[in-house]
Write a protein that binds this ligand. Sequence first.
Ligand SMILES: Nc1nc2c(ncn2[C@@H]2O[C@H](COP(=O)(O)OP(=O)(O)O)[C@@H](O)[C@H]2O)c(=O)[nH]1
Ligand SMILES: [Mg+2]
Length: 377
Amino acid sequence: VPIVSRIVSIVLPCLNEAEALADCIADVRRGVEALGPGFEAEILVVDNGSTDGSGEIAKQAGAKVISERRLGYGSALGRGIKEAAGEIVITGDADGSYRFDRLALFVEPILAGADLVVGSRLRGRIEPGAMPWLHRRLGTPVLTFLVNRFFGTRISDVNCGQRALRRATAQALDLRAAGMEFASEMVVKAALAGYRIEEVPVDFQPDRRSHPPHLRTWRDGWRHLRFLLLLAPNIVLVGPGFSLLAVGAVLGGPAWLGHPAFGGAAAFGGAVLVLIGAQMVQVGILVKTWYHVEGFYRRPYLERLFRYVGFEVGLLAGIGLLVIGGIAGVPLLVAWHEELPVSSGRVAASLTFLVAGIQVIGTSVLMSVLGIRRRRG
Ligand SMILES: Nc1nc2c(ncn2[C@@H]2O[C@H](COP(=O)(O)OP(=O)(O)O)[C@@H](O)[C@H]2O)c(=O)[nH]1
Ligand SMILES: [Mg+2]
C-alpha cells in the first residue's frame, strides 16, 4: 500500500533527559526542514513521569508530550507509535546520541516500500565514548547474530534505537515488550510476518547528559537474550529435543530389547535422553501453540497439525505408551520383593514408556485447553 500522507511522526521516548532534550528536539526540527517542503512533522515525546522537568522542556520546544503510565522503554515507544498521526514513524533516543539531521535516510526507503528501516551504528560511525566496549564488541554483535540466525534477517545492529517504520506495520505487529527488548521484538516480529526490513548506517555520538544510561548492560542484555530464545522454540527446544530423542532411542533401544552387547548404562542413559528429548519437543510444541493462539505468529502447518492431530490422538498415543510400559513392567510387579527380577534393559524400557505416556497425555491436555481459546478466537 503506497503511503499518501506526508506527515512524519518522530517519537522520542524520554525519561529524565532535561539536559539533552531541547537540543534533540531542535535537531529534529532541522531534520524535518531538510526533508523538504512536502513534509509535515509531528514530534512526540513519550514521558514516563520524568522528575527533572523534561515534560515542560518538551512542551516549550513545541513537541507534543504524552505521559505513559506503564514504565519502560518499550511501553513508552509503543504508546508513542500508537498515538502517532503520521503514516511514517521515526524513533530515536532523546539523549542526544543520534543525529536527526538526515531523516531522509529513513523516510526514503519507507516511501520506496520498506516496512521497517533499522539504523546501524556498527556500519556507521561511532564516536569515541559513544558506545561501551562490551555493547559494541559483545552484546550487540551476539544478539544481532542470533536474530539473523533464528529469524532470517540480515541486519548488523539489532539494538539501534533509531528506526523508521510504517505506522500500519507497527500496529499489525502488536508489540508488547515493556523494556528495552522492545527493540528486538520489533525486528523479530517484522521478520516472522515477512515484512520488508532495510538497514541504513547511522552516526552515534556520546549522549549529552550527566546521568548514566537507563539501559543496564547485564539486565537488559539478558532480557533481550531471553526474549529471543523464547521466540525460537524450533531452534531452542524442538530441534535439540528431537536429536536427544533419536540418540537416546539408538542407544537405549537395543538394550531395552535385551541385546547382549548393550548393558544397563546404555539402557538407562538412553532412557534419560529419550525422556529429556521428548519433554523438550513437547514444551516446544506447546510454546508454538501458545504463540499461534495468541496471534504472536501464525504458521499454516500448525493449523493443519491442530486439525488432524486432536486431543483424542494424543490421548490414545499416551495410553498406548502407558500400556507398553505397563506390560514391560509386569514381571517387576509380580516379583516386587526381589532385587531385580528382570534385566535392567527391561526396567529402563518400562520406565521410559510409562513416563513418556504420561508426558504425552499431559501435553495433549494442555494443547486442547489452549485450543479452546483458539477456536473461540
Ligand atoms: N519514557 C521512557 N523513556 C525511557 C525509559 N527508559 C529509557 N528511556 C528513553 O529511551 C532512550 C534510550 O535510553 P538510554 O538510557 O539512552 O539507553 P541506551 O541508549 O540504550 O543506553 C532515551 O531517550 C531514554 O530517555 C523509560 O522507562 N521510559
Ligand atoms: Mg541512548
